[in-house]
Design a protein around this ligand. Structure first.
Ligand code: PDD
Length: 287
């Protein structure tokens, strides 16, 4: 639980961390966000997360709310005030507060900035990874700019809820041609019967996952071949291994898809190897 939340320049107690009723994020989903892993009190892949945040803001023409140096201080101060060891930081920037209007507010309207700390149990995550997770596939009903990390997460929320109703842990979006685009809040990967590692290439229908990018760096260094192409949900069900990547799940093995067992039903060897190696490949911030 976050004890102090950064809201527009102040660290306020969690119970008092409110924003205005006419915030653009609340009324229009007009906001972008990042989730950055914190491990041992240190940010993981801060540079890439902050670069992606800057890109999301540019794409939506939302003003950058503060300098790089100010961001660095806010992130570290949020970790410090919450005594966060393991978990994540959630940062959100909206276009700000204005009388409800579809047109953008006047230039100079200050963006709303929020930073929330959240702890997570590494032991619990390892126990989940040792078992693997179940996936439900759902039609991808999101917009055409999923490369921008906006807070318009209702399709993802509904997909995850549908997965839970079916006894699965998470959801994968599938396009009209049967190709997996990505997970509801993660990128999707498979290892086919021949042992080839496959993930979708980056385009505007998926988020350019930071975990994905860092893992690709690691694969290159290790000389592990990667094929970047779309794969179908049928290929995934017939795969030897499957996994997801995100800042909160790192590399999480997938053992069932729509109730079909993937491989031998246990987390894949490559998936577990990549999970174990991930943090050695990531940028770990100085305290
Ligand atoms: N989600 N694809 C989607 C749709 C995502 O929401 C996420 C991250 C990813 C993986 O990106 P990264 O490796 O940078 O975390 C891919 C975060 C964790 C969330 O919404 O909570």
């Amino acid at each position: 639980m976050s004890r102090f939340v950064y809201v527009n320049g102040q660290y306020v107690p969690y119970a008092d961390a409110g924003i205005h009723a006419e915030d653009r994020g609340f009324q229009f989903g007009d906001a972008v966000y990042e989730v950055c892993e914190v491990k041992g009190g240190r940010l993981v892949d801060e540079t890439r997360h902050m670069e992606r945040l800057a890109r999301s803001l540019r794409e939506l023409k939302i003003a950058e709310p503060m300098s790089e140096g100010a961001w660095t201080r806010v992130l570290r101060e949020t970790i410090r005030r919450n005594r966060l060891r393991d978990g994540s930081l959630y940062l959100q920037v909206s276009r700000g507060v204005h009388r409800r209007d579809f047109f953008f507010p006047p230039a100079g309207t200050p963006p709303t900035v929020v930073c929330i700390a959240r702890n997570a149990s590494p032991a619990k995550a390892e126990a989940t990874a040792a078992k693997g997770i179940g996936i439900k596939s759902v039609p991808d009903n999101r917009w055409a700019r999923c490369d921008i990390k906006t807070v318009m997460l209702l399709p993802a929320s509904m997909a995850k809820e549908a997965a839970r109703t079916d006894g699965a842990n998470d959801a994968w979006f599938v396009d009209a041609k049967g190709f997996v685009t990505e997970g509801a809040s993660a990128n999707a990967w498979i290892v086919d019967k021949e042992g080839r590692l496959i993930t979708r290439q980056i385009d505007n229908v998926i988020l350019r996952g930071v975990t994905r990018t860092t893992l690709i760096d690691h694969l290159r260094r290790e000389g592990i071949e990667l094929v970047e192409r779309p794969f179908t949900i049928a290929e995934a069900k017939a795969a030897r291994e499957a996994f997801i990547t995100s800042a909160t799940s790192i590399v999480m093995p997938v053992v069932t898809i729509d109730g079909v067992t993937v491989g031998n039903g246990a987390p894949g060897l490559l998936s577990l190897k990549l999970r174990a190696a991930f943090h050695s490949a990531a940028e770990i911030a100085a305290v």
